[in-house]
Design a protein around this ligand. Structure first.
Ligand code: ZN
Ligand code: ZN
Length: 556
């Protein structure tokens, strides 16, 4: 039995931020830990979602037994629906994690009902030759777990994402005892979260956000608008608690904010004080000093609720002079432009916008800093260590940290690339080759059009359906269109009435521009996204093709 090899293969999330996924194989059985997605970078404009390449798993489909989820962040669960359309296996996770998976699943047409199996911390399950115990950890999302995976060759600990918060707001402590028990009995391999390996000290407790928020609530004499990630249940609870203490009612605004708060409430993870909720459509007719608004869109996503509010194009909510807007989230690198543009819009309307790092903080990280990483290394005392979840510089810092600790028993540290195989057997551990890996870009339809069919846009696809470039010349000062929009296309051949389609497409672009208010027109990010969504809807309907659409706005 023990002469079989154990393989650990990261299929995403190493050397890149997002789409975390790891395959663990013993003999003919594979389990997959997490299946996350990544948000496209600017250079992937025109693509909606990025998922890990499943080629390796599809080639070994008959061996894949289950997907095991650590927590509900998109970079860990976002690819689950896509995964299940390709490989149908049971998915294990905590109730909250699976509820978030189900919410994503609604956007897909799956042939079969997914098999989602709820687990609780301290519970253990058997999958093929693996015994998997779920260990509660603290993180910026509730119901996060680490995994202790017992294999015939020894125990693998996979931390998932974590920080060691000694005072979590829900009082659910990191189960360090169980981790230490495994450490005492011997851990073969530790895979641990490296995100903050370049941050010394300890990450602040989630409670550290309260003083700053309290100050906002006590000082504001008009509306308080708080934006955070919709999955930050701790943060949402804090806003609800402060609103009650300071006599404000709360409107929950934005699709993801509404659905995730409902899920958390239904699972007993969010305590919503009686009578505190306000319908978004009523928020503006109340005394502004009695209103708080919880809204999604911290990253300036062009179609998000907060971005719409910023350009005064939201159905129910607007911000104005004297309102306080709090961005209680990290500015994810790469998103600075849209975020700062959104802040500028709101500042121009006279709102006091609070963002970025300050002391006391508006936001704290959900990931362990160096001292916490040391603690986990010391408790597990693994024979082998593989830093995961981070760019190369963080992985290598984390590896060096483990080596400096010099605890007894550490034999080797492996900094892996996505796709590399770590092979373990009775003789030791070593890198042994590579499996196919990479990214798959998915075009999920426009943001508010829920996905009906999934189209995978690889290069071949792009060359089949071509590219469409609407070119719009806008006067810098007036924001007005200088001439009729031009449309250039390459490789996008349309049959008979091609000219008619291009004429209509031009008109659609013109109509989208006319239908936008002045503030939107000065915001290229918003305009490009609107034009792209409208044009795509038309082209898909008329031609059933999905060319890449990249609006170009020329200032003249
Ligand atoms: Zn993560
Ligand atoms: Zn996370």
């Amino acid at each position: 039995m023990v002469d079989q090899k154990l393989q650990v293969i990261p299929l995403g999330g190493l050397g890149e931020f997002g789409m975390n996924m790891t395959a663990i194989r013993y003999g003919d059985d594979i389990i997959v830990v997490d299946a996350g997605m990544m948000f496209p970078e600017a250079e992937l404009l025109g693509v909606d979602l990025v998922m890990p390449d499943l080629t390796f798993l599809k080639e070994n489909q008959a061996q894949v037994r289950a997907v095991i989820l650590t927590h509900g962040h998109e970079d860990h669960i976002g690819a689950v629906p896509y995964f299940l359309t390709e490989i149908d296996v049971p998915v294990y996770g905590t109730a909250f994690t699976l509820a978030l998976v189900e919410r994503r699943m609604e956007e897909y047409d799956l042939e079969k009902q997914p098999r989602l199996i709820r687990v609780k911390p301290k519970q253990a399950i058997g999958v093929g030759p693996f015994q998997i115990e779920f260990i509660h950890v603290t993180h910026s999302i509730v119901s996060a777990v680490a995994l202790a995976i017992t294999t015939p060759l020894g125990v693998i600990i996979h931390t998932g994402d974590f920080k060691v918060d000694p005072t979590p707001t829900d009082n659910e402590l990191f189960d360090l005892h169980t981790l230490a028990d495994y450490g005492k009995r011997g851990v073969l391999l530790l895979l641990s979260d490296s995100t903050n390996a370049d941050r010394p000290g300890y990450t602040e407790s989630e409670r550290a956000v309260r003083p700053r928020m309290e100050e906002v609530f006590s000082r504001a004499d008009r509306r308080v608008v708080v934006s955070c990630f919709s999955s930050s249940i701790h943060r949402i609870q804090l806003v609800l608690d402060l609103a009650r203490e300071y006599g404000r009612r709360v409107a929950v605004v934005g699709r993801s904010m509404v659905s995730v708060t409902e899920i958390a409430h239904s699972l007993g993870l969010l305590d919503i004080p009686d009578g505190i909720l306000l319908r978004p459509q009523d928020a503006m007719n109340q005394d502004p000093s009695k209103v708080a608004i919880l809204i999604s869109g911290t990253q300036g996503e062009p179609m998000s609720a907060l971005a719409r509010v910023a350009v005064d194009n939201h159905k129910h909510i607007s911000v104005g002079k004297g309102d306080t807007v709090v961005l209680s989230a990290r500015i994810i690198p790469g998103n600075e432009k849209p975020i700062f543009r959104m802040i500028d819009h709101m500042a121009r309307r006279g709102a006091d916008v609070m963002y970025g790092s300050m002391n006391p903080p508006l936001h704290v990280s959900g990931h362990a800093s160096v001292e916490e990483q040391k603690l986990v290394l010391n408790l597990c005392r693994p024979k082998y260590f593989m830093p995961i979840h981070g760019e190369f510089r963080q992985l290598s810092k984390h590896a060096r940290l483990a080596e400096h600790l010099r605890f007894a028993g550490l034999e080797e540290t492996f900094i892996m690339d996505t796709g590399e195989i770590l092979e373990l057997d009775s003789h030791g551990a070593r890198k042994s080759g590579k499996v196919p890996c990479g990214r798959v870009c998915i075009d999920s339809g426009s943001v508010d059009d829920v996905v009906q069919e999934m189209v995978i846009r690889d290069r071949r696809h792009l060359s089949e359906d071509g590219i469409v470039l609407p070119i719009i010349a806008i006067n810098r000062r007036s924001g007005r269109m200088e001439s009729a929009p031009e449309i250039v296309s390459r490789g996008f051949a349309v049959a008979e009435d091609g000219t008619a389609i291009m004429d209509n497409a031009r008109q659609i672009v013109a109509r989208t521009l006319e239908g936008s208010n002045d503030e939107e027109k000065t915001d290229w990010g918003v305009m490009k996204e609107k034009i792209r969504a409208d044009l795509k809807r038309y082209i898909v309907k008329e031609t059933s093709r999905r060319p890449l659409i990249m609006p170009v706005i020329l200032e003249v």
